[in-house]
Design a protein around this ligand. Structure first.
Ligand code: CMX
Length: 441
């Protein structure tokens, strides 16, 4: 058995025993209560899931296995001294629960390189779509074409023992992770670079190779990709892409089917698609105002106009966070280090000064601060990646690290089919009148 897989199983056996003991001793303890408004309002604040890979604090932001983003930047192995962490290291951390050594990260990189071959029919399937298809549509179609490779699916059809689900899930997760950059880069080159494709470089790390296959050879862009792939990877279990992947996986749909479901969720403008919406919104502002560098007053007017048209300000607000997203801050730091004079990056910083008080003044927005999507596009544009419709695919490739590590945990812990109870408004009314016996106190 591969060292990585063996370590995962050893760790998982320990955790599995701990969970059994916790449930046996404390299974009846109440973790909170659910109000009627929560049922009607997107289940905000209801604790109902276990996700081992990361935990989100409303004020501090995300921690991956206990480590904040600055801690990851300090402690994870890097491609260059003083540079950004290698995302393979974060994958190891999320999967095994311990910080990796340089060798551990090199092992993950090598596994991903070995498994990265994408069969030609996947590209043919993508080619059957019009070039105009949104990159996220092409991405999901590519993932679905690759599903024919699923070990889990084949083994299940052959009559797999429950005890082996985790093993086939693990293999599928790594295969998928290894191949996503190639599929994503293929879509980028197909749509924006006249179909002139670039072969992988087997000597590069996962994110560096991804950048190379998209056609970016600048070492500082590779560093951006390493940071980007690290900070977008996971945001605990309740966000749409993670939850959709977990939910679909709970039906024993294989990792390809499950991840494709997650990516369909990421493609929504209130979730991952917000990263394209931010840059689109800024470009439209420049166009409508006919100015390259709008003043803060002009930005404020444009924000008010956006709100008056019944639209959201993309990149601002969050369902859980109540402070500036540390993923935004990490990108701001990257901008200060690598491109402090970029006009677009400076617009993003001016927007950061202008938007929060305006959103606060509405009195209803729970979090007026920027999220991860407010900054990412401006950094990409600096390196020439102006094709903003592609941005959510980058988010998706990164998100695979977290949700696939989680899926491995779901199967190794034998988490069951997810099936919460729903109600109708008619039944709510009956319950309020004390007439419904089926649910309630
Ligand atoms: N601009 C304008 N209005 C906003 C807003 C924003 N950025 N953020 C929240 N609001 C509004 C909501 O639309 C809601 O209005 P209504 O009561 O009229 O429906 C009200 O404020 C209360 O919403 P909330 O409780 O603060 O926020 P939610 O948990 O319902 O929604 C989110 C969270 C992210 C969908 C929302 O803040 C939003 O739409 N933001 C803009 C889109 C965005 O950046 N999404 C990316 C999130 C990060 C990611 O997943 O990638």
């Amino acid at each position: 058995m591969e060292v990585l897989k063996e370590r995962f199983k050893t760790k998982a056996d320990l955790v599995s025993t701990e969970i059994k003991d916790i449930i046996k001793e404390h299974g009846n303890r109440k973790i909170g209560e659910v109000t009627l408004s929560q049922i009607y309002q997107g289940m905000r604040g209801i604790t109902g899931l276990v996700t081992e890979t990361s935990l989100l604090d409303a004020n501090e932001g995300i921690r991956f296995r206990g480590y904040s983003i600055p801690e990851l930047q300090a402690k994870l192995p890097k491609a260059i001294d003083g540079g950004e962490p290698l995302p393979e290291g974060l994958f190891y951390l999320m999967l095994i629960g311990e910080l990796p050594e340089k060798d551990d990260v090199a092992r993950v990189t090598s596994i991903l390189q070995r498994r990265s071959h994408v069969p030609n029919y996947v590209f043919d399937t993508i080619e059957s779509l019009p070039v105009s298809a949104h990159p996220m549509t092409q991405f999901v179609v590519g993932i679905m074409a690759l599903q024919t490779e699923s070990q889990f699916s084949k083994k299940y059809q052959g009559g797999m023992n429950k005890k082996d689900y985790w093993d086939a899930t693990f293999d599928d997760a790594l295969d998928l992770l290894a191949r996503l950059p190639r599929i994503a880069a293929y879509i980028y080159r197909r749509k924006y670079k006249e179909g002139v494709h670039i072969q992988p470089n087997g000597l590069l790390d996962w994110a560096g190779n991804f950048a190379h296959m998209m056609g970016y050879e600048d070492e500082s862009f590779w560093e951006l990709m390493r940071l980007y792939m690290t900070i977008h990877a996971d945001h605990e279990g309740g966000n749409v892409s993670a939850h959709a992947t977990h939910l679909v996986g709970s039906a024993l749909s294989d990792p390809f089917l499950s991840f494709a479901a997650g990516m369909n969720g990421l493609a929504g403008p209130l979730h991952g698609l917000a990263n394209q919406e931010v840059i689109k919104w800024i470009f439209e502002m420049q166009e409508q105002l006919s100015v390259e560098n709008p003043s803060k007053e002009q930005i404020a007017d444009y924000v008010r106009k956006t709100l008056s048209e019944g639209k959201v300000v993309p990149g601002y607000g969050h369902a859980v966070l109540r402070k500036t997203d540390p993923r935004f801050t990490a990108q701001m730091e990257f901008g200060k280090k690598h491109m402090p004079d970029s006009p677009l990056v400076n617009i993003v910083w001016n927007i950061y000064d202008v938007v929060p008080p305006i959103l606060q003044s509405l009195g209803k927005v729970k979090n007026p601060w920027p999220n991860v999507d407010a900054h990412s596009g401006a950094l990409l544009v600096h390196y020439g990646m102006v094709e903003y419709e592609f941005y959510t695919v980058l988010f998706g490739v990164s998100r695979a690290l977290g949700v696939l590590a989680s899926l491995c945990w779901d199967r190794v812990l034998s988490l069951p089919l997810e099936r919460p109870k729903s109600v109708t408004t008619e039944s709510v009314k009956l319950w309020l009148q004390g007439k419904d016996e089926i649910w309630g106190e």
